[in-house]
Design a protein around this ligand. Structure first.
Ligand code: BJW
Ligand code: ZN
Length: 259
């Protein structure tokens, strides 16, 4: 009995990916929504990518918040409550295992706002798009961590009484400068860049893939399908991240013990 063709392809690609990792002195990873999808956090652009008929582009903008802050807060309060209930999965844990190998020379850049990488044990995490647990005052700009609480649909700042907003990067907003600069510099100096579970259509995050490639890094993509951003030159590891990432860690152990 021969295993199906996909299994053969995946095994060969896993070997190539593990070799690329083995050669790397520094490793950086870019993660997206689907790493958390397997924990029960919906993605943005898949079949479950609508909320009450609204697309993410309709509720995650400063204009939407000015027009109807209660609607936007309802969307975020539901997601805040969901994130409190979910747990990291095997994909998150495999990324912790990778960080254990490279230590300080490993950086995890995430577009996710659910905090699950840190909950799993990842240490060097750069959150490009903010965090669902934090809120920011629209007037005095003070940021506080309110992760453990239920908030009303129009929450007010404890310091000045004005309306709070989620500390999330919406469309048309700049990414937090220090976080972005560190993500770009770690990407530019890694030799292996792993792209996991992102459609890679949202910029500037997706631009990190081009930056890694232009800096000479090997690019590995873990996704159910190849994305346009990784179509050229990346090592494709096709399958759910919760399955593929633990297999990659295992393959890495085998490659290291054979060399
Ligand atoms: C699996 C799997 C499994 C499934 N295993 N894989 C025109 C007008 C205005 C702006 C722009 C414009 N053109 C470009 C822009 C810029 C804009 C942008 O990029 N837009 C594009 C959509 C076109 N970017 C911005 O606005 C950014 N800011 C900026 O550029 O500032 C400068 C500026 C200033 C002034 C004016 C204009 C520009 C900010 C972007 C912030 C994005 N924030 C969001 C929402 C807020 C967070 C929240 O509420 O949660 O962040 S958007 C949303 O998308 C979220 C995510 O982090 C982000 C990325 O999504 P992700 O992670 O890739 O998820 P999906 O669902 O898209 O993909 C899942 C993938 O997993 C798929 O590929 C599946 O195949 C795969 N998959 N199951 C492995 N089990
Ligand atoms: Zn305030």
């Amino acid at each position: 009995m021969h295993p199906p063709a996909e299994t053969d392809d995946l095994s060969a690609d896993l070997r190539r990916a593990a070799q690329a990792l083995c050669r790397a002195d520094r490793v950086a990873v870019l993660t997206g929504a689907s790493v958390s999808a397997e924990s029960g956090v919906p993605t943005f652009r898949g079949a479950d990518g609508l909320w009450e008929g609204y697309s993410i582009e309709e509720v995650a903008t400063p204009t939407a918040f000015r027009r109807d802050p209660e609607l936007v807060w309802r969307f975020y309060n539901l997601r805040r409550a969901n994130v409190r209930k979910v747990q990291p999965n095997a994909g998150h844990r495999a990324l912790v295992a990778l960080e254990d190998r490279w230590g300080e020379r490993f950086t995890l850049v995430t577009q996710n706002v659910d905090g699950l990488h840190r909950k799993a044990g990842s240490r060097h995490v750069l959150e490009l798009h903010g965090n669902l647990g934090r809120v920011r005052c629209t007037r005095c700009h003070v940021i506080t961590d309110r992760a453990g609480e239920d908030l009303p649909d129009l929450p007010n700042c404890e310091a000045c009484g004005h309306l709070l907003r989620p500390d999330i990067v919406w469309f048309h907003e700049m990414l937090p400068a220090g976080v972005w600069e560190e993500a770009a510099s770690e990407t530019a100096r890694c030799q292996c860049f792993l792209v996991v579970g992102t459609s890679a259509v949202v910029y500037p995050a997706a631009g990190l893939i081009d930056l890694a490639r232009a800096s000479g890094a090997a690019v590995i993509e873990v996704n159910l399908e190849t994305t346009d951003a990784c179509a050229v030159g990346a090592i494709p590891l096709l399958g759910p991240s919760g399955v593929v990432l633990p297999r990659l860690v295992k393959q890495l152990e085998m490659t290291e013990s054979n060399s």
